[in-house]
Design a protein around this ligand. Structure first.
Ligand SMILES: [Zn+2]
Length: 380
């Protein structure tokens, strides 16, 4: 769910929108303008329903944004760094980096989002109540009523105690505080996430079978997403501590063969690819890394252009490469690996390339660490 469009910084945090957010925007605006509003408040000109539907959908998205920004601001205050906030198909995501130091910080970061949604919802319901008292129980009242209800629904859904929802983080914080075992707490909340996902799918499909309403399928889709995200969290919870204390230098492949950036693709294929078994080559200038060429990138150059295309033209550029020092802890490097370099990182000491970290190196490290972990936990 990478951002397709970056909107800019709000409260110091980059905010982006993935194209898939258009799907929820259109579904909500259309559902309200063509269905719910005309049915509940008949007799208005048709364009007013359209304006009301679009406005409600827009304000709904702004409410989601406020929810995510509150997570980001509190996370920063508790020492985490915030990469970006992205709105997408299933709402918002705040990409946080780093580890919370104690259950209290976890509780504050996770709790503030639903709290903000709840407050927004109550404010909108308050406005609706005032309009009602003033005798304005028409379409405008309907818009505020819907916005109040949906924001409270978001708050309630998000505190369900299951990862990756905010409630899952709250559960993790509570178990962590209670039992003192952070890893165990994360695994329990991730398993709860899978259970919730299955429950949502069953309810969604069952309601769809009974009513044929599309919204029921949406519930099933959210359940499916939750199962996937919860499984990832469980894996991370298990692998993270196994890798604690492992440094990049211990698992990298040292002294990789590198190629000069000005070499043509044709020359590269003759002199490097055919003689080596590697599938990625760092480009270096005076020993410093200036890019990375992968087999996939070479393959995409048509044969007739191999003589004129230079490696620097097809390389993953330095600003999109994950670069680390041999002393860096492996678990901190993993989240930085990019698809641009097919999950590889270049390892640099004193500005010179000293190694490359490949997906194979990482899985070998994980396998070794897991074995070691099992060995130390086995009762003697
Ligand atoms: Zn949240």
């Amino acid at each position: 769910m990478a951002a397709s469009v970056r909107l800019g910084r709000i409260a110091g945090v980059m905010v982006g929108v993935n194209w898939s957010v258009l799907i929820i925007f259109v579904l909500i605006a259309w559902g309200l303008a063509a269905g719910q509003f005309p049915a509940a408040y008949p007799g208005n000109p048709r364009w007013t329903y359209l304006v009301a539907g679009i406005a409600a959908a827009l304000v709904f998205l702004l409410g989601l944004l406020a929810h995510e920004i509150s997570h980001a601001v509190v996370a920063k205050r508790n020492g985490l760094s915030v990469q970006e906030i992205t709105l997408w198909l299933f709402g918002g995501v705040a990409k946080l980096q780093g580890e919370v130091s104690d259950p209290g910080a976890e509780l504050r970061i996770a709790g503030v989002g639903p709290l903000v949604s709840l407050v927004i919802g109550l404010v909108f319901l308050g406005v609706a109540a005032v309009l009602n008292l003033a005798g304005q129980a028409g379409l405008l009242h309907g818009v505020f009523l819907w916005l109040g209800g949906i924001n409270i629904a978001i708050a309630v859904f998000n505190v369900l105690p299951a990862a990756p929802l905010d409630g899952g983080r709250l559960l993790r914080a509570a178990l962590w505080k209670w039992r003192g075992d952070r890893v165990r707490a994360a695994i329990v909340s991730a398993r709860a996430g899978r259970v919730l996902g299955v429950v949502l799918i069953v309810i969604g499909l069952w309601r769809f079978a009974l009513t044929g309403v599309f919204g029921a399928l949406w519930l099933a889709l959210i359940g499916w997403f939750l199962i996937g995200a919860a499984a990832t969290e469980e894996r991370q919870a298990q692998v993270g501590p196994a890798l604690a204390g492992v440094h990049v230098g211990e698992v990298m492949s040292p002294d990789p063969d590198s190629a000069p950036p000005d070499m043509t693709v044709a020359e590269f294929i003759d002199r490097y690819l055919l003689g080596h078994r590697h599938s990625a080559f760092p480009l270096t200038a005076d020993g410093r890394p200036v890019g990375l060429v992968t087999l996939d990138r070479v393959r995409r150059v048509p044969p007739e252009r191999r003589d004129t295309t230079r490696l620097r033209d097809i390389a993953c550029p330095p600003d999109q490469l994950a670069i680390a020092s041999p002393q860096e802890p492996l678990d901190q490097l993993l989240p930085r690996l990019t698809t641009c370099a097919d999950g590889r990182a270049l390892i640099v000491a004193d500005q010179r390339l000293v190694g490359i970290l490949t997906p194979t190196d990482v899985s070998r490290a994980v396998a070794n660490a897991t074995l070691r972990g099992q060995a130390t936990h086995r009762p003697a």
